[in-house]
Ligand binder design. Structure first.
Ligand SMILES: [Zn+2]
Length: 469
């Protein structure tokens, strides 16, 4: 394969489930993933004749906030349309979506060094889910349909084909996730299907302006799968073109177990769907005052916050990125810093200890913990235990330290007595060390820790070296 000769062109459609209590056009509650099938349905989302859908204001608000954060224009008028197709998980025989007058247009999102143009963000409804059961051997297949998900709101965020690699596509999806969570517009949990990425991929000769034939990958549900699927698809298309073939425009799936893409169906075109305006929902006129209220209420967005953490607290850009990726971590960092904790050490605790567990102390307690470790009152290992206990019980680190007698033993005369006792009780290790076998120190330190777990390891080590040398 000759990578340098080909340019990769990727656009992304991302489906996001906005954070709402109820479905897009009816009052049914959003079902938990483990809910019994068909328990969150009504006449409207089952597509019974004669019922009237009513748009969900919370979903519209989440969509508008997202669009504003993505620098989109919000047109005065918008409407819903019917997208007609036949599938067993679609009880109405059509999906209510938006066609030519979407809720927003023409935005952009900066991802690293790339500005990715956003074509549109619109609202639609999700389909149901098919469940296949049976066994191959006896050819006894049965299919069931669960309509709990039918009618759940979805935002579709469509980018222009501005991404140029699998890395960029993954970073774009991650940045969207951070943005959506910062806005509170969606939990954007990929494992729960709340954020599904559909990249369309083509390649072209480097220097060419013309777009190649693209394939679209459906419903990718992890960042890792997104990255791998794109790498695979680029390699596949390169081989097809370099062996003289042509890429077929189609929809492809990603097999996690086989780590490859596979053909699903040839691509439909808009004509195939016979879009027409949804007759049961009047066109919406979006109130300008409301739009401006939403715009004014937008929180500080991730890109701006990363920049500010770097300049205001002198954090490294990687620490700032890691912390801002989760709004609750970023808030925790700033609360602790406001309570007087030194920025660098606080960032270390958040990135190294708190982010991996996902268990957050209060900002004030974190500041206290960082101070106790920083001034040598407790060791870092003890700090970890204190942190866990503080998170579980809500008590302050100082209270926990006082109760456990965690206070570190740093008194030199006390430590000298200890070190002498250790050397006396381990004559062989002491002799080995004096004979030049440095690793014998480990045994001596281990014995010292056993006698006094709270001993300051740095001072104890220095004393042992002095006494032995
Ligand atoms: Zn319903």
């Amino acid at each position: 394969m000759s990578d340098r000769d080909w340019e990769v062109v990727i656009g992304m459609e991302v489906h996001v489930q906005p954070r709402t209590r109820s479905k897009m056009f009816c009052g049914c509650a959003i079902a938990e993933l483990n809910a019994a099938p068909n328990t969150h349905v009504c006449e409207i989302c089952l597509g019974m004749p004669g019922v009237l859908p009513v748009p969900n204001k919370a979903a519209i608000e989440a969509c508008l906030k997202t669009a504003l954060a993505l620098n989109c224009e919000i047109p005065r008028h918008t409407k819903f349309d019917r997208k007609n197709y036949m599938y067993p998980d679609l009880p109405k025989g059509y999906q209510i979506s938006q066609y030519d007058l979407p809720m927003s247009l023409n935005g952009y999102l900066v991802v690293g060094a790339r500005t990715v143009r956003i074509r549109r963000v619109h609202l639609e409804e999700d389909t149901g889910k098919l469940i296949h059961a049976g066994d191959k051997l006896h050819k006894a297949w049965e299919s069931y349909v669960d309509l709990n998900r039918a009618g759940v709101p979805l935002m579709e965020i469509v980018s222009e084909p501005d991404l140029r690699s699998a890395d960029e596509a993954r970073d774009y999806a991650m940045e969207l996730q951070t943005l959506l969570r910062t806005l509170g517009a969606s939990n954007a949990d990929m494992e729960k299907g709340q954020l599904r990425a559909e990249p369309n991929i083509s390649i072209r000769r480097a220097g060419s302006e013309e777009l190649g034939v693209k394939t679209e990958l459906k419903n990718i549900n992890s960042f890792r799968a997104l990255h791998r699927a794109i790498l695979y698809e680029v390699e596949r298309q390169t081989q097809v073109l370099e062996s003289g073939g042509s890429v077929v425009q189609e929809t492809r799936g990603w097999s996690e177990s086989e780590q490859r893409t596979f053909s699903q169906r040839s691509k439909e075109f808009a004509d195939d769907y016979r879009y027409f305006p949804e007759p049961d929902i009047p066109p919406l006129e979006l109130d300008r005052a409301w739009i401006e209220e939403l715009r004014a209420a937008l929180p500080e967005l991730p890109g701006a916050r990363r920049g500010r953490l770097v300049t205001q607290y002198a954090l490294s850009s990687s620490d700032a990125a890691r912390i801002v990726a989760d709004r609750s971590l970023a808030d925790l960092f700033e609360e602790a810093a406001a309570a007087g904790a030194p920025a660098k050490q606080t960032a270390n605790w958040i990135v190294g200890e708190i982010a991996p567990t996902g268990k957050l102390p209060s900002g004030k307690n974190l500041a206290e913990l960082v101070r106790l470790v920083g001034d040598g009152s407790i060791t870092r290992d003890q700090g970890r235990e204190v942190l866990m206990e503080s998170v579980e019980t809500g008590r302050t680190p100082a209270e926990i330290v006082a109760e456990h007698g965690y206070a570190q033993l740093s008194d030199v005369s006390e430590l000298r007595v200890l070190a002498e006792a250790v050397i006396d009780s381990n004559p062989k290790a002491a002799a080995d060390f004096r004979a030049g076998r440095k690793q014998a120190m480990q045994a001596l330190m281990a014995d010292l820790r056993k006698r006094a777990p709270q001993a300051n390891p740095k001072i104890a080590n220095e004393l042992l070296l002095k006494l032995l040398g």
